[in-house]
Design a protein around this ligand. Structure first.
Ligand code: PHB
Length: 390
């Protein structure tokens, strides 16, 4: 039998949610241990979305060594394009806030370096297999390390930041995972070596389907186009990919370059039925999934843990359970606003297979309603740049 390790908070998952939580807890003098099935290299190489809300950036900027301001790029707006014309949503003018383009894997590199330099106990290659004592005051994470040894971590509180196939969620809710919807399309994503094709991100609705022209740096670009969720990312030639993208952003000549990565993202909206049971909670992708159109994924994970860190500080340092008792409802309120925004951006911009002429004309009416109204543009700007963390 392996000895039991004790800590205050056991965190399953060293992604953005788990790492930011450990940072916030450490700032309050609360000890934690993080386990993650992946290696540090795997975590640092996971390609995910790249847009950070103002509130997320403000928080990341407080982490020692963070490059979010030096490498990240501030964007003061986006462009919505439809019927061949571009319409700028000027975030800065509308709501006085911005977003930053800072790829998630860069944020993870910063976070891992800072947490390890601070002495954070992170067990890489360690897979959580069960959560025990969910109903009691000393929940435990049972895990297997890379050598096959059993790791048993007993804590005052367990947090599942372990992604969409969360073991912790399963321990709380069993198979009754939550509410969800699927979408009949996904995104074909590419990374290419080229200069940016535009100053800001272009979200383009076209009769051939949606396309997003995003960026990574001065020399690497990220672009997506709507596709069948079962599409094979390797079935198209580079020429076919460029033609497909180009057709969907009439009015902009895309700067082409070698494509060095391609993937197909499936779209799903999901909110877990239970976010907390006793002294066990789930955050980030373990608790919810949004389609990427609203760029909310990592931002929502950070919002969950900002609220949770405050609640754990009250519970563990002052024996005050009032915040943790209200945490799930507070987190859920923001989660559903982000769910709505992500669904709305998705449905407004994509072409649904089998859509009628009525559907298509109505969708263009919706897009015009948004861009021609100060109130419409302001809602988009508020939601995209993120509601204040409170
Ligand atoms: C990205 O750059 O990967 C990206 C940007 C905006 C989105 C989704 C993804 O809405």
């Amino acid at each position: 039998m392996s000895p039991t390790v004790r800590t205050q908070v056991a965190i399953v998952g060293a992604g953005p949610a788990g790492l930011v939580l450990s940072h916030l807890l450490a700032a309050e003098g609360i000890a934690s241990i993080i386990v993650d099935a992946r290696s540090r290299e795997d975590i640092e190489q996971t390609i995910r979305a790249g847009i950070l809300e103002q509130g997320t950036v403000d928080l990341l900027a407080t982490i020692p060594g963070s490059r979010v301001h030096s490498v990240g790029m501030r964007h003061d707006g986006i462009e919505l394009r439809f019927e061949g014309a571009g319409h700028r949503i000027d975030f800065h003018r509308l709501v006085g806030r911005s977003v930053w383009l800072y790829p998630q894997h860069e944020a993870l590199r910063d976070l891992l370096a800072a947490r390890l330099a601070d002495g954070q106990d992170i067990r890489f290659g360690t897979t959580a297999t069960a959560i025990e004592g969910v109903d009691g005051t000393r929940p435990r994470v049972v895990a297997t390390d890379a050598a096959g040894g059993v790791v048993d971590i007993e804590a005052d509180f367990v947090v599942g930041a372990d992604g969409s196939r969360s073991v912790v969620r399963h321990a709380i809710s069993g198979p009754h995972a939550g509410l969800f919807r699927e979408y009949p399309f996904g995104w074909f994503g590419i990374l290419c070596e080229a200069a940016p094709s535009a100053d800001e991100l272009i979200y383009s609705n076209s009769p051939d389907g949606f396309a997003l022209i995003s960026q990574r740096s001065a020399t690497v670009q990220r672009m997506y186009f709507q596709c069948d969720p079962d599409a094979d990312p390797h079935a198209m030639s580079e020429r076919e990919i460029w033609d497909e993208l180009q057709r969907r952003v009439p009015g902009t000549e895309l700067v082409e370059g070698p494509i060095f990565q391609r993937d197909v993202l499936r779209f799903r909206s999901f909110v877990a039925r239970d976010l907390r049971a006793g002294r066990v909670a789930i955050v980030g992708d373990a608790a919810h999934t949004v389609p990427p159109t609203g760029a909310k994924g990592m931002n929502l994970a950070v919002a969950d843990v900002v609220l949770l860190a405050r609640a754990l500080e009250a519970l563990l340092k002052r024996a005050d359970a009032s915040l943790i008792d209200g945490w799930a409802d507070a987190a859920r309120a923001r989660i559903w606003k982000a769910q709505h925004f992500s669904w709305w951006m998705t449905s407004m911009l994509h072409t649904v297979p089998g859509a009628t002429d009525f559907d298509r004309a109505r969708q263009l009416g919706e897009l015009r309603t948004v861009v021609e109204s100060e109130a419409g543009r302001t809602y988009l700007a508020e939601a995209y740049t993120g509601w204040p963390l409170g």
